[in-house]
Design a protein around this ligand. Structure first.
Ligand code: C5J
Length: 222
C-alpha cells in the first residue's frame, strides 16, 4: 500500500488491485486533421495530456499495473448505434459517415484507433464501447472483477464526457477512482475545471483527483 497525495484527501494505492484505465485516446479526438479538429475544436487542449499520460503509462507498466484502454465506436453496420445518438447534434457529417480519417467512430477505421504515442501493448485489454461510459454494453466490469481490481487510475478524453461518465459508472459499481488531472483533457477549459471539481466535491463524491507526478511517485519503481 502506498499513499498518493490527492484531493479531497490522500488515496491509498494498492498496486496489485489497481488498474490504469485510459479512456478514448483515439486519433479522431486528438490528431490534427481528425474529426474533432474538423468540427473546429482546438485539439492542442487534448494533446497536452499525451506526454504526462505516456510518462504515467511507462511507470505503471514498470510497476506491473494492469493497463486497460477504451475506444468509443460502433460496428461497421451501425447496428449498435442508437438512432438518438446518430441524430444528436444534427451534424451534416456524423457517426458512420466518411470523415477525414475514415468512417467516423466506426471500429477498424484509422480515426477510431488509439494514437501511436499510447498504443496498447500486446496483452493489454482494449474495450470497444458504443457509449460514453466504459461499462455500458462492455465486458469491462467482468474483466476487472476477474483480475481482482478494486481501484482505477483514470486518464483520457474528454474530461466531462467519457471520463466523467465512466468514473460515475465505476463509482456505482464499487470501484475507487483516482482521476489524473493532467492526463485528462477537454476541448473546453471551463469543462476541464468543472469536470475535475465535480469528481472530488463533497468529500470525493465520485473519487479522487491528483496530478501525474504524485501518482508516479507512489508507484513501485521495480
Ligand atoms: C469522449 C465524446 N470520448 N466527447 N467522447 O469523450 O464524444
Amino acid at each position: 500500500m502506498s499513499v498518493i497525495e490527492a484531493e479531497p484527501y490522500d488515496f491509498e494505492l494498492s498496486p496489485s488491485r489497481a488498474a490504469m484505465l485510459i479512456i478514448d485516446m483515439q486519433r479522431d479526438f486528438l490528431e490534427p486533421g481528425g474529426f474533432g479538429d474538423a468540427l473546429g475544436n482546438d485539439v492542442t487542449l487534448l494533446r497536452k495530456t499525451i506526454a504526462p499520460t505516456r510518462r504515467l503509462l511507462d511507470a505503471a507498466r514498470r510497476a506491473g499495473l494492469t493497463i486497460i484502454h477504451t475506444r468509443e465506436g460502433h460496428r461497421a453496420d451501425l447496428a449498435d448505434l442508437p438512432p438518438a445518438k446518430k441524430a444528436r447534434g444534427r451534424f451534416a457529417t456524423g457517426i458512420g459517415d466518411a470523415g477525414p480519417m475514415g468512417r467516423i467512430l466506426v471500429r477498424g477505421e484509422p480515426g477510431h484507433d488509439i494514437i501511436p504515442e499510447l498504443y496498447p501493448l500486446r496483452g493489454e485489454p482494449v474495450i470497444d464501447k458504443p457509449g460514453k461510459g466504459a461499462f455500458h454494453a462492455t465486458d469491462l466490469d467482468a474483466i476487472l472483477k476477474n483480475l481482482g481490481i478494486a481501484q482505477l487510475i483514470v486518464c483520457g478524453v474528454t474530461t466531462e464526457v467519457c471520463v466523467n461518465t465512466s468514473v460515475r459508472e465505476a463509482n456505482d459499481r464499487g470501484y475507487d477512482c483516482l482521476v489524473v488531472s493532467d492526463c485528462v483533457g477537454s476541448y473546453f477549459p471551463e469543462f476541464q475545471e468543472m469536470g475535475l471539481r465535480m469528481i472530488k466535491a463533497q468529500g470525493g463524491i465520485f473519487g479522487w483527483v491528483a496530478p501525474s507526478e504524485a501518482v508516479i511517485a507512489a508507484l513501485p519503481s521495480t
